[in-house]
Ligand binder design. Sequence first.
Ligand code: GLP
Length: 259
Amino acid sequence: MRVVIKDSYQILSVAAAAEVAQAVRAKPNLVLGLATGSSPLGIYQELIRLHRVEGLDFSQVTTFNLDEYVGLAPDHPQSYHAFMREHLFQHINVPAERTHVPVGISEDYVAYCRSYEEQICAAGGIDLQLLGIGRDGHIGFNEPGSSLGSRTRLKTLTAQTIEDNARFFDHPEEVPRFAVTMGVATILDARRVLLVASGKKKAKAIARSVEGPISSMWTASALQLHADTTVFLDHKAARKLTQLEYYHWIEQQAAEVSP
Ligand code: GLP
């Protein structure tokens, strides 16, 4: 895992967005895996700026989102469909038919989840997957205990995740208890992964995931098995890592080799 530590959320977002933009320029029909939550918002803002100012072209890009709350229709203001429209899709030129967000309402979740995996395969697989991380180390909605071999499926959320999400809903009883989420193995299939985390609330999850043993108790730790994962952190999210000096040293050396 490459660990990149920046001085602020703004700076790490711009650095991560630059990697996404470079990937889109190198492969205009990139298959991009997208995440929700507050963590990727800075990346989306920078991608929108690059689209407006530099003409970064998303017209051939295909996107697949990680997850959606069960029970929320795409037009529900707290659905991840709405989140993606509001924070990214409506501001760039990605065609709507190329964007995929799992549905939150289905008559047959097993069949639907299988079809989501098939759609990813039919698109050629995910080239670049963006991730945030939950306080309990989840990626997507792969809560502690999720099989590291899991695929897209229905997942029961933990009490902590429900509590973390409650701020977005008017009443506690409205907070969804289930989600449709890509599995850990689905995420590991992506050719490249960029995970972003900021703030001290994420420090423990980052330390466990980056330097702890690989365990389904911290599903992001499965990324240690992935050959091309970069973790973008601010100092607060990085503060429990034990190898900080080494990570900085690696980045300094890399800059010398290709300034
Ligand atoms: C939700 C999402 C995750 C996200 C996490 C953290 O659980 N399903 O993909 O990483 O929230 O959210 P935030 O970035 O707002 O801390």
